[in-house]
Ligand binder design. Sequence first.
Ligand SMILES: [Zn+2]
Length: 352
Amino acid sequence: MKNKEIEYPLNTRPGDGEVLEVAEGLLWVRMPIPIPGLDYINLYLLEDDNGWTMVDSGLNTKEIRDLWKSIFEKHLKGKPITRLICTHFHPDHMGQAGWVTYKWKIPLTMTFGEWTFGRMLYLEAAEKTPDFVIDFYTSIGFDEAMIQRVRDRGFSNFRQAMSPVPMGFDRIADGDVITIGKRDWQVIVGKGHSPEHACLYSKSDGLLISGDQVLPRITPHIGVYPAEPLANPLKKFIQSIDILDKLPRDTLVLPAHNDVFTGLHNQLEYYKSHHDDRLNRLISACDSPQSALDLLPILFDRELNEGDKSMGIAEGLAHCHYLVGEGRLDRVRGDDGVWKFQKSGERHKAVA
Ligand SMILES: [Zn+2]
């Protein structure tokens, strides 16, 4: 299911810590991230009358801080950073928010859902993995070795990837318009990848800063995690596709990973067909009760390593919960205490 109708009209990209002007007063910045499969994050600088607005901040590493310092020196035309907008709370986006806002004495601008989630995860970090996390992974079928890895991981990975998350923020919400220089940017909130992800859309120039809500080459991660064990994020993601689908066809998309592209609608269509395919595979596999772990090989065409498995299970649960929400799967607890998924109605048939 390769999508051929995505184009990368710039045919180039900035180097580490360099900038590339995508449109007048709009700089694309690219920073390394040590996450396999992602490798780089794209950040954007929007020129305002008396300063610059930064969109997303990068992981909290010294390397990235040094790259930012050099960009601040070379590319801001002597103007300060006056605002930081983070699209969502994930560490590659919000990691440097504490450092940037402290350095420039500026507010952090985010949606309520993203700031509170990031602030909460930062504060609740602990050395020991909490019992509710262990219970969550036990109830979805992790064996003892996998549970031990969850324990060994502890509960402070998020905090370690962040500079201190600011204690306050400036709220943006869906439909808000932020004027930066000569452009009006409309906030479009997308869901599913994170609670209340902000995309920024300039109607006059046909530009969409899409964060992780729309990415070329890969599908955004949609997962269920212990904080909300019954979440149905795929439903929210598909609803967000329908919102973004209304944007003009020639929109130039500035994503947080990979390259600037056109073909938004083709990519959204691809997401739908990708998830439909996974949902159909699950339905066919659930004639008898299956745990999220049982279903992993059904969902992924490649063998997952241990590191990928927890994200894979999170993704698998998201698809199962979607089908439960649509009334196509039942979620039932097995005698072993593990949640299982089964085609709706099969249970009753078996009893009859
Ligand atoms: Zn993300």
